[in-house]
Design a protein around this ligand. Structure first.
Ligand SMILES: *[C@@H]1O[C@H](CO)[C@@H](O)[C@H](O)[C@H]1NC(C)=O
Ligand SMILES: *[C@@H]1O[C@H](CO)[C@@H](O)[C@H](O)[C@H]1NC(C)=O
Ligand SMILES: *[C@@H]1O[C@H](CO)[C@@H](O)[C@H](O)[C@H]1NC(C)=O
Ligand SMILES: *[C@@H]1O[C@H](CO)[C@@H](O)[C@H](O)[C@H]1NC(C)=O
Ligand SMILES: *[C@@H]1O[C@H](CO)[C@@H](O)[C@H](O)[C@H]1NC(C)=O
Length: 595
């Protein structure tokens, strides 16, 4: 795979010396000189201090160097000489011959002990000049230095004759726009193997994203082996489709060593039945009801299978506490996502505890019920230590059944109603992670997964069927499919005040997995998630304020090849002709039509 990708790329280029490099995400500030490429020899890492987490840094460099020498990368999709774009350097052969080779990577890390937590400094500078004979990297933390490595590994390329070169001089000052840059993997709807989860982490690290939001379970299955309640994995799909404690620790360690935090999610009280019901069926409401979307007034869930934690039954909180403490012991990140989306009132018709509670005081509403959950569950979620930050889906503060008073220090993940909900939540003072489904959901547009659906049994197309099969959602609630351009063009801070903007912590693309498993996860996730990566790292505009979506084209097409070469099985976005003929496949000839 690697070999053929590289060969294919080589064939696309007339001369390798004319190669232009275009790392993704685009650095905040990259300045090229034009004295030309110089040779890169076996690069040794030199650090001016030892101790701290230097072993982690050394391993990161070994991986970067291994990728450099294994791939002998030749940029697969180069930028075209369109006047609008800043030209890339091409050096003269004489200068190149006279240049000193690069032998070392000199890294200075100011605080080698800084922990990988939300808001850790990820900035770095990187400089290459032919007078130095080394690459110079400065970073506050090892996590910033790792980002420098993923930039450098994209800058060092094949010279076409078995050697390596780097264009120089080059000076980079880089730091992310947002501290939270992530994707979400859902292992509740379908099991995703550890191997495939690690592959997502490789994609995150290469694109400088730093959060893997792991939606561990859902109503459909409970894959995590628990010491407290071993019976919960009776609701895993099989003995093979489970995560042992050491599997989870392995994912966390792998991610950490690549600068990626793992934020676990146990979705509660909605989307909860598998696993929980094995501990005590009474802590789950409506598990055996018909989900009833064919007769909507009687619906108990928005997708099969139904089940929600019983908010009034006291034992619920005992089990929640035990499950949460055990998982908090495994997942060491300060943040923990506790779900709280899509509570369906109809489900609680099946709970005598909830019905009795309503009967006790007829003034009680479903908002009060959600508040009861917040009042009783949040103290449990806080009990794991003063550093714990709780994250929830926005529904708890914005749906028809929202709680009346959600503590302001809970981070809310916004997924509905685009800019409207972001504006609402930030105006109310909540810190927000943007995941607007109309822009960032990677699972949309594939049609429905629910079976026995007569809406597909229509012989006319398009007339008379403008709401479903033709021009409609076709069974996908968040249709259409979100393309990389749709994601990258999303200006999610539009019309926010400066105070509101400060409440945006970053963004995350979820990939819900009703129709995803090991076979397709990487193909669905990448390279679209890399468009988000650049959006939250350095933004979607050039220094004139012009949207640079069209400029991203070749960078992203190259990065897709680069992901595949690094064994992240990213999907193809265009016919290869487009990749080899920059901008030949643009819709508009005008390069500034996207504003
Ligand atoms: C970008 O880097 C160059 C070279 O270090 C520097 O002269 C310039 O001021 C920087 N630009 C910005 C916007 O920081
Ligand atoms: C629940 O009860 C309410 C009030 O009686 C009713 O409107 C609703 O249809 C019921 N839902 C289900 C799923 O039984
Ligand atoms: C947020 O939305 C809720 C529900 O629609 C509404 O009641 C509230 O006034 C809104 N708040 C702000 C600040 O927009
Ligand atoms: C932003 O605000 C302006 C002025 O109120 C309005 O015309 C525009 O539609 C808003 N943009 C969006 C995307 O809501
Ligand atoms: C390109 O599109 C922009 C935005 O619509 C427009 O302002 C500009 O005049 C166009 N340029 C040409 C050469 O048509």
């Amino acid at each position: 795979m690697k070999f053929s990708t590289v060969l294919g790329a080589l064939a696309a280029l007339t001369t390798v010396s004319a190669v232009k490099v275009n790392p993704l995400p685009a650095p905040r500030n990259i300045t090229w000189g034009n004295s030309g490429a110089i040779p890169v020899k076996q690069l040794k890492l030199r650090t001016d201090s030892q101790g701290g987490q230097h072993a982690t840094l050394n391993l990161a460099w070994e991986r970067a160097w291994d990728s450099i020498i294994t791939l002998q990368w030749v940029p697969a999709a180069i930028e075209a000489p369109i006047p609008h774009f800043q030209p890339f350097p091409t050096g003269s052969a004489t200068k190149r011959a006279a240049a000193k080779a690069i032998h070392n990577v000199q890294v200075t890390v100011v605080d080698p002990n800084a922990d990988l937590q939300h808001g850790v400094d990820e900035s770095y500078t990187l400089e290459v000049t032919d007078s130095d004979g080394y690459v110079e990297i400065h970073a506050q933390t090892i996590w910033g230095a790792m980002h420098a490595f993923t930039t450098l590994q994209q800058l060092i390329i094949s010279d076409g004759q078995g050697g390596l070169i780097i264009e120089q001089p080059v000076t980079i000052q880089d730091a992310p726009l947002y501290p939270y840059r992530g994707i979400m993997v859902d292992t509740g709807r379908n099991f995703i193997s550890v191997r495939k989860i690690l592959e997502q982490i490789d994609g995150l690290a290469l694109s400088k994203m730093n959060v893997l939001h792991w939606h561990l379970d859902d109503a459909q299955s409970w894959p995590m082996q628990m010491r407290t309640y071993p019976e919960m994995t009776k609701d895993a799909y099989s003995a093979r489709e489970q995560y042992s404690r050491s599997d989870m620790l392995r994912v966390i360690a792998y991610a950490r060593s690549r600068g990626v935090r793992v934020i676990p999610e146990v979705d509660m009280p909605g989307h909860s039945v598998s696993g929980w019901q094995q501990v005590d069926p009474e802590i789950v409401a409506c598990a055996n009801s018909w989900w009833s979307n064919d007769n909507w007034p009687l619906h108990t869930a928005v997708e099969p299978n139904p089940g929600q934690l019983d908010i009034i039954y006291p034992k619920t909180y005992e089990v929640v506490k035990n499950v949460y403490s055990e998982l908090s012991d495994i997942f060491q990140d300060n943040w923990f996502h506790v779900g709280a989306d899509e509570i369906q009132p109809g489900c609680y018709n099946f709970s005598s505890h909830v019905q009795d509670w309503f009967a006790e005081d007829p003034s009680r509403t479903y908002n009060d019920l959600a508040q009861y959950w917040v009042d009783h569950a949040v103290p449990i979620f806080r009990s794991s230590g003063s550093n714990r930050r709780i994250m929830m889906w926005e529904d708890i503060a914005l749906s028809a059944e929202a709680a009346n008073d959600v503590p302001k220090d809970i981070v809310l993940q916004s997924w509905n109603n685009g800019l409207g909900n972001i504006a609402n939540l930030t105006a109310r003072g909540y810190d927000v992670v943007v995941s607007s489904s109309d822009f960032m959901y990677l699972d949309c547009g594939k049609g429905g997964f629910v079976t026995n659906d007569p809406r597909y049994d229509v012989m006319s197309n398009p007339s008379g069927d403008v709401t479903f099969n033709y021009q409609g959602a076709g069974g996908s609630w968040c249709a259409p499919y979100k393309t990389w351009q749709r994601i990258y063009d999303y200006d999610f801070t539009t019309n926010l005040t400066d105070t509101q903007k400060k409440h945006i912590l970053g963004a995350e693309s979820p990939l819900w997995s009703e129709q995803v498993d090991d076979v397709s996860i990487s193909n669905e996730m990448w390279p679209r998630a890399a468009a988000l990566a650049e959006l939250v790292w350095s933004g979607n505009r050039d220094k004139n304020g012009q949207k640079r979506t069209t400029e991203l084209t070749q960078r992203l097409l190259n990065f897709r090849e680069y992901l595949v070469a690094n064994n992240v099985m990213a999907g193809m976005l265009v016919s290869k002709y487009c990749l080899q003929h920059p901008h030949a496949c643009d819709f508009y000839y005008n390069q500034t039509v996207i504003t």
